[in-house]
Design a protein around this ligand. Structure first.
Ligand SMILES: NC(=O)c1ccc[n+]([C@@H]2O[C@H](COP(=O)([O-])OP(=O)(O)OC[C@H]3O[C@@H](n4cnc5c(N)ncnc54)[C@H](OP(=O)(O)O)[C@@H]3O)[C@@H](O)[C@H]2O)c1
Length: 298
């Protein structure tokens, strides 16, 4: 449907996604808060834009990959925002993980201008962004979704329409609930192995193929053991995701005891200075709680 695509938010996920669209031959216009990633994409052939408004003027479809709800609101509706440059018939695809409520409100506002807005959060982290194997969960107008599927195929291997506006984000929140539980379980298993005097790497190899397996255990467990906290998914973003889960759950008086615990643990992690480290660093909260106490002593 289009050759002119815009991309705003060139962080850990946005950069590889934008690179793939460029490699697929689209005319790509890019913008980011800091300038260095814009220059990097420009060196590969993208057009740099100094504002979201400029991106909107140059594009028929605009992707967003931003941290939080407030960032998306600012980029779409703020001064020099997309809203000042979009034309009727354009489609905005928000791949960030943000509040479903925010997405519904923005979709309603853009609909008045004849612009379609799809919430399309992703799972799969940075390796999947690089290889184009993300899972993309989409909410919004079905016809608009069908029109952009050919573009989404360059980014994801599983592209699913989930329903009305906000449904993509609600699906992603289900994912984050399960991610948080599995992350804590993996971290506790590694800590337990360490403190029992076992070789934790060997334990992960042995249990990673059985009923205890999870993406978190297999991929992040070894990094916990090796204290490799370089980010694929930043702790600050998991804290934000769990905050959104708890807000949505609270609005329906829904108890989520495990997620609530995970949220407190991630809040502690961020307070300890790990905001920009990977979520595998959650094991540092457990190590801190455990102190230097040796099992078997009182
Ligand atoms: N990383 C993952 O594994 C993963 C997986 C699935 C979903 N997500 C979600 O995807 C989103 C992005 O994640 P990420 O890991 O790519 O985050 P990130 O590395 O923090 O990147 C966010 C990017 O957005 C830019 N930005 C922030 N505010 C902006 C604004 N007002 N205008 C223009 N650019 C702005 C930042 O610019 P600066 O350079 O100035 O900071 C940064 O480049 C988050 O919602 C996250 O929860 C992440």
């Amino acid at each position: 449907m289009t050759d002119r695509i815009g991309f705003i938010g060139l962080g850990l996920m946005g950069r590889p996604m934008a690179r793939r669209l460029l490699a697929a031959g689209y005319q790509l216009t890019v913008h980011n808060r800091s300038w260095r990633p814009v220059e990097e994409l420009a060196s590969l052939g993208a057009r740099p834009a100094s504002s979201p408004k400029e991106v909107a003027r140059e594009s028929d479809v605009v992707f967003l990959m931003l941290p939080d709800s407030g960032d998306v609101e600012q980029v779409v509706l703020g001064r020099e925002g997309l809203v000042e440059g979009l034309r009727s018939g354009s489609i905005v695809i928000d791949c960030s993980t943000v509040s479903p409520e925010t997405e519904v409100a923005i979709a309603g506002r853009l609909k008045e201008m004849g612009v379609h807005y799809l919430d399309a959060p992703v799972t799969g982290s940075t390796p999947a962004a690089e290889s184009g194997t993300l899972t993309i969960m989409v909410g919004g107008d079905r016809e608009a979704f069908e029109r952009v599927v050919p573009v989404l195929r360059h980014l994801g291997s599983r592209i699913e329409y989930m329903g009305a506006s906000g449904s993509g984000q609600l699906t992603k929140l289900c994912n984050q609930i399960a991610v948080a539980g599995n992350l804590l379980a993996a971290a506790e298993a590694v800590l337990f192995a360490e403190r029992m005097g076992l070789d934790p790497s060997r334990v992960l190899e042995v249990i990673g193929g059985g009923a205890a397996s999870s993406w978190q255990l297999v991929n992040l467990g070894p990094k916990m053991v090796g204290r490799d906290y370089r980010p694929g998914f930043k702790a600050a973003h998991l804290k934000k995701d769990l905050r959104i889960v708890m807000e949505v759950a609270e609005s329906r008086s829904l108890p989520l005891p495990l997620t609530s615990l995970a949220w407190q643990m991630v809040r502690a992690l961020v307070s300890m200075g790990y905001a920009d480290q990977g979520t595998q660093s959650i094991i540092e909260v457990l190590r801190s709680l455990a102190g230097s106490h040796k099992p078997g002593t009182t």
